[in-house]
Design a protein around this ligand. Structure first.
Ligand SMILES: NC(=O)c1ccc[n+]([C@@H]2O[C@H](COP(=O)([O-])OP(=O)(O)OC[C@H]3O[C@@H](n4cnc5c(N)ncnc54)[C@H](OP(=O)(O)O)[C@@H]3O)[C@@H](O)[C@H]2O)c1
Length: 260
């Protein structure tokens, strides 16, 4: 009989770039195999898989549009056989609900379509995917007992940045769901937490390579610099590790002390 501990398996949504990709690589560095999802950039997802494999871990890339309920259903249907064929198992240990996109909104200038899309991406999609993986109607949930969920929140639920009101509200909802899910899934040993980044230099925030913006954020940050994706990845990877086994239902802000 082989009693060797099983390699933990993580699923990170939106892991073809940015915080998701950095998280997938950090988890691999800490001994996880990783399923990365991408929406439109299969080439970037292939790069992420290659980077994880270069770290000595196994990875697979699967397409998922979190804003589309039919695509979530397809994804979940295809995931289990995909896990079986690559890993010889049908469960995951970690779910990182990372995929997301922003939109400029403020009172007086926001359409119903923009609000609907933010909701579909950041709330409905996260809800439906987590529901499908953690609590399917069968007795056979894909998220294993003892597993961990990290939802991406935002510092914008603590401080105000004009033009982000609806996005921040959606992320506020994610924070509320985190507590409810921690309560519901706790008896199975599943922990659920929110990591709330401050401003991070990714395509999402639109200031990649912009020294002037970096400087502005650095000046507003207690630790005196602006953030890169790896700063957030380390927090997520720590939260799903055994060292955080007694942490659940928490919102952990990873902002370097932005706007204290
Ligand atoms: N960067 C920040 O300042 C910041 C701060 C706080 C919180 N966050 C949160 O952190 C998370 C990651 O953001 P990031 O900064 O890494 O952004 P990013 O570099 O733009 O990456 C976003 C990822 O999400 C994917 N995505 C977007 N919409 C999707 C959808 N409908 N279905 C599936 N995948 C989708 C993107 O895929 P495509 O390649 O197809 O677009 C991409 O892989 C997001 O939840 C964001 O709200 C970011």
């Amino acid at each position: 009989m082989n009693d060797a501990p099983r390699t933990p398996l993580a699923l990170v949504t939106g892991a073809n770039r940015g915080i998701g990709r950095a998280t997938a690589e950090e988890l691999a560095r800490r001994g996880h195999d990783v399923v990365v999802t991408y929406r439109g950039h299969a080439d970037e997802a292939d790069d992420a898989v290659a980077a994880i494999e270069a770290l000595g871990r196994r990875a697979a890339a699967l397409r998922l549009d979190i804003a589309d309920p039919a695509d979530i259903e397809r994804f979940v249907r295809e995931l289990r056989p995909g896990l079986s064929s690559t890993w010889g198992r049908d469960t995951i240990d970690v779910l990182v609900n990372n995929a997301g996109a922003g939109a400029d909104t403020q009172l007086g200038a926001t359409s119903a379509e923009v609000l609907d899309h933010l909701y579909a991406t950041h709330v409905r999609g996260v809800y439906l995917l987590t529901q499908a993986l953690a609590t399917p109607s069968s007795d056979d949930p894909m998220l294993a007992d003892g597993g961990s969920i990290v939802n991406l929140g935002t510092g914008l639920t603590r401080f105000v940045h004009v033009g982000r009101d609806a996005y921040a509200a959606m992320k506020g909802a994610v924070g509320v769901l985190t507590g409810y899910w921690a309560e519901q899934l706790g008896p199975r040993g599943i922990r659920v937490n929110t990591v709330a980044p401050g401003p991070v230099e990714t395509q999402f925030s639109g200031w990649v390579g912009n020294d002037a913006v970096r400087q502005v954020f650095a000046e507003g940050t207690a630790l005196g610099r602006s953030a890169v994706a790896a700063d957030i990845a380390g927090v997520i990877a720590s939260l799903v590790s055994p060292g955080s086994a007694w942490v659940t239902a928490q919102r952990i802000e990873a902002s370097g002390g932005y706007r204290l």
